[in-house]
Design a protein around this ligand. Structure first.
Ligand SMILES: Nc1nc2c(ncn2[C@@H]2O[C@H](COP(=O)(O)OP(=O)(O)OP(=O)(O)O)[C@@H](O)[C@H]2O)c(=O)[nH]1
Ligand SMILES: [Mg+2]
Length: 384
């Protein structure tokens, strides 16, 4: 798991003491499993010196990547004592190594790539005489969680998106090897003196970004009961407490529905008014609901104004990305164990008529089965 075909990397950590001593520690670390059978791949990985973030949920990394340069074609002429005027026999150069992204459903974050700063793929070897082609560089395979997109940092253009387990996409192709001089022999030029150089690979700073693939995203103010709901309907064990921003990174869980059917639900950190201006945790995690089919708005029964709270949440989503408003919405009034029938009717009257709503309590389990039914129904409805 991680980056395959980078077998041994060397980390050099230099430290100086009062400018007089310079210590260089070399140690070889193994990066890949399983170990490639034959040779070592020259490749450098330097330790990122950015401060460690506390969280293990890494959903964005920046990495410098370079695919391999194609090997040069050879300009060689056959020379042996039995062949007079041996013709051109220069072989082609080998292809530079590709950098490939591969989906792995066992990965949930980009944490395993956090300390890779460079991924430098192997160059193709030059061709040699006797029409021998050079060896191609060994491709580097970077395993990523499903839902990862790769962007070019400078242009911001999305280059690759990984959505399926085992899916492999050549992200940065290696350069083509050059043709050897044997290709250029013609009746009028039987001893061509030229061959092609290999083509360069691609290089640049890239960004890998994870947008989790969940069917349902939980959206709500802090303390709305999102994590409690996740802990009740899935086997996930998120942190739950009665203070704001208990959840600071997304949590995922699988809801086991009837007859072995299941769907995935994501609990996101709470959103507050002004998140667009960076208040609270800002919009940092909203990218994780871009791929959800259904957004479940959790509005607590003890909110002073449920309608206003819903409007604020919708407004924050719109400011982040207006396309989020095209998703299917469901409103769940959480903590409804605090409400009697009269209060429920009053709240229901205020809620938008065109959005399905449901009263739930994660503490008493009331409405939970109905919520699962509703989610399943909406998830499987044909999109209009
Ligand atoms: N009475 C009652 N309390 C609940 C219910 N669900 C959650 N709570 C309480 O509400 C508080 C907040 O719950 P969390 O699940 O941590 O809320 P959250 O939305 O995940 O909060 P953040 O992670 O801060 O965004 C906790 O003290 C829970 O015990 C419920 O159905 N009924
Ligand atoms: Mg929470």
């Amino acid at each position: 798991m991680g980056i395959q075909n980078i077998e041994h990397g060397t980390r050099n950590i230099e430290s100086r003491s009062k400018g007089r001593f310079k210590c260089v520690f070399h140690f070889v670390i193994r990066y890949s499993l399983p170990r490639p059978p034959s040779r070592r791949v020259p490749c450098s990985i330097f330790l990122s010196l950015r401060p460690m973030e506390k969280s293990n949920f890494v959903d964005q990394i920046r990495i410098f990547c370079r695919s391999g340069h194609g090997g040069a074609g050879s300009k060689h002429f056959m020379r042996n004592k039995f062949t007079a005027l041996g013709g051109p026999d220069g072989g082609d150069g080998g292809r530079g190594a590709h950098i490939i992204l591969k989906g792995n459903s066992n990965l949930w974050t980009l944490l395993h790539l956090r300390y890779y700063k460079n991924v430098l793929a192997e160059d193709g070897e030059p061709g040699t005489g006797n029409n021998s082609s050079g060896k191609s560089g060994k491709d580097i395979i970077i395993e990523v969680p499903l839902g990862t997109i790769a962007r070019d940092e400078e242009s911001g253009k999305q280059e690759v998106e990984i959505l399926e387990d085992g899916q492999e996409i050549v992200w940065m192709p290696g350069g083509k090897g050059g043709l050897g001089n044997s290709h250029f022999a013609t009746p009028t030029n039987q001893a061509p003196e030229h061959s092609q150089p290999g083509l360069p690979g691609e290089e640049g700073w890239k960004v890998l970004e994870l947008k989790v693939l969940a069917d349902v995203g939980l959206v709500g103010f802090p303390n709305a009961g999102k994590s409690t709901l996740l802990s009740v309907i899935t086997a996930a064990k998120p942190k739950i407490a009665d203070y704001a921003f208990t959840t600071i990174t997304p949590n995922l869980g699988m809801v086991e529905y009837r007859d072995g059917k299941s769907f995935c639900i994501a609990d996101l950190p709470g959103i507050i008014e002004g998140a667009a201006e960076g208040k609270g945790l800002g919009h940092r995690f909203l990218r994780h609901i871009e791929r959800n089919s259904v957004l479940l708005f959790l509005i607590p029964a003890d909110s002073p104004d449920q309608k206003k709270e819903f409007a604020i949440l919708v407004n924050e989503l719109e400011q982040y990305n207006p396309e989020l408003l095209n998703k299917q919405f469901i409103i769940a009034i959480s903590k409804s164990d605090m409400l009697d029938e009269e209060l429920k009717a009053e709240i229901a009257k205020e809620l938008p008529a065109d959005i399905p709503h449901i009263f739930i309590s994660s503490v008493t389990n009331k409405g939970i089965t109905q919520l699962k039914d509703l989610l399943w129904k909406v998830l499987n409805e044909p999109q209009g």
